[in-house]
Design a protein around this ligand. Structure first.
Ligand SMILES: *Cc1c(COP(=O)(O)O)cnc(C)c1O
Length: 449
């Protein structure tokens, strides 16, 4: 079946995520019949380099033989079982390994089945913890400008990307939003560390004024991914950890996108040497194979819920597929690969290749900034380089880059006018150069007039 014939079947029944479906009149969805390593192959045999790891989930390429075999073996044993009242080897083994790998003191693992649900779990657990301690005035959350934590109503409420949030504003809980340490806004010549540290004064003031009513501060450590891949310095996390302790407020680290080696360390929090009170993990957790998420927390949090049933302190939250054995098995296999192949060290070399492949792009007359944290590199396009005036959003320049890249066999998916790379860790240097060259061409075309 041709791509077009299949697209017609698709468009007759499907409603795609994060899509204005009318856009498909001009550009039909690309049907994929096979994946192998960094490559996706469509119904007509054309290949696309997956430069965005299929929405930031894939770590070791598509159809990895080791992960495939692990899932096949588990499938013969047990596909799924209720996790309330029952247990199984992959869930326990994965909790053992995650609590061992995570920053110190995160000794408890609660499973859910997608990123947004993990954020909901962390928010509810934090609020409920304070309530169990008798601190019933604590009902609010603090978040950073330009942050993203998912699409369910609680997760959407603590996020701050207007495009996703504004429509639903009347449905959302009220949160306290603090300016971001995002280094795009630093002064000329100012270091990332100086700017991010300077930005902390707003957070300090907010906590000083509101700590009595605040349950937790939620942040995406180091990179605000859905918020245009904006980046900041680890010093902010250090200051935040210290202030949360001082004011008696939880710190929730949403590492759903940045966890598992994306930023140059296994977890981004490691670069600040901090332990959050809640660590939310998903996306790369299963190597990009199956939906799963986990919230890691401290023994003190766990103990605040522990007691006789009649005290009604228990955390009665659940999802049907919580801790699914196949998904936990994929996660265990992915962790094996981290150990076996010394992925973090290899990623440092790949990150350097990504920087080299994009040299000179920062001098382009319509590029405001090229920024990088580990295996994430972003190029921000603007209409006016000096004033950093963006292009009118209606012109959809980033979409022109997307279309060009597809025609050249690369899957780039700019966030607005921010072109970025977030490839699987098995990408080869020549593939990095291909991805960068195609982005360069796309940027030249999209900014030509
Ligand atoms: C993707 C993402 C989420 C939401 O995860 P889903 O699995 O898409 O619900 C939450 N937080 C961050 C930082 C994310 O990037």
């Amino acid at each position: 079946m041709s791509n077009l014939a299949f697209a017609q079947r698709d468009l007759a029944v499907l409603w795609h995520p994060c899509t204005q479906m009318k856009d498909h009149e001009a550009l039909p969805p690309v049907p994929i019949r096979r994946g192998q390593g960094v490559w996706l192959e469509d119904f007509e045999g054309k290949r696309y380099l997956d430069a965005i790891s299929s929405w930031w989930v894939n770590l070791f390429g598509h159809a990895h033989p080791y992960i495939n075999d692990a899932i096949k073996a588990q499938l013969e044993q047990l596909e799924h079982v209720i996790l309330a009242g029952f247990s199984h080897e992959p869930a326990v083994r994965l909790a053992e390994r995650l609590t061992h790998l995570a920053p110190p003191s995160l000794s408890r693992c609660f499973y859910a089945d997608n990123g947004s649900s993990a954020v909901e779990v962390a928010l509810k657990m934090s609020y409920h913890y304070w309530r169990n301690l008798g601190k019933t005035r604590k009902t609010r959350f603090v978040t950073l400008e330009n942050s993203y934590h998912g699409e369910t109503l609680g997760a959407l409420a603590v996020g701050d990307v207007a495009l996703y949030k504004e429509t639903y504003a009347p449905l959302l809980m009220d949160v306290i939003t603090v300016p971001s340490p995002d280094c795009f806004h630093r002064e000329k010549g100012e270091s990332w560390a100086d700017y991010s540290a300077r930005r902390f004064s707003d957070m300090e003031k907010t906590l000083a004024a509101h700590s009595e009513e605040v349950c937790a501060v939620i942040v995406e450590p180091l990179v605000q991914c859905a918020g245009s891949m904006r980046m900041y310095d680890p010093v902010y996390l250090k200051l935040l950890r210290e202030a949360c302790d001082r004011y008696g407020v939880h710190l929730i680290a949403d590492e759903i996108a940045v966890g598992f080696g994306r930023t140059g360390s296994l977890f981004a929090c490691e670069q600040a040497g901090i332990t959050p009170d809640f660590l939310c993990l998903s996306k790369g957790l299963t190597g990009g194979y199956l939906p799963l998420s986990a919230v890691l927390t401290r023994e003190t949090v766990y103990q605040a819920f522990y007691g006789d049933y009649a005290t009604l302190k228990a955390f009665l939250h659940s999802h049907s597929y919580t801790g699914n054995p196949l998904a936990c098995t994929a996660a265990l296999a992915s962790l094996d690969l981290f150990e076996r192949d010394d992925v973090i060290a290899r990623n440092r070399i790949l990150a350097r290749e990504m920087a080299d492949a994009t040299t000179g792009l920062a001098d382009h007359p319509h590029v405001a900034e090229v920024r990088q944290t580990g295996m994430i590199l972003a190029v921000e396009l603007v209409e006016d380089k000096n004033t950093r005036q963006p292009y009118p959003w209606q012109e959809r320049r980033g979409r022109q880059v997307y279309r060009h890249a597809l025609s050249r066999g690369v899957l780039l998916r700019p966030l607005g006018d921010v072109v970025y790379f977030m490839p699987p860790y098995v990408i080869a240097p020549e593939q990095i150069r291909l991805m960068a060259d195609v982005a360069r061409e796309g940027i030249a075309l999209a900014t030509a007039d």
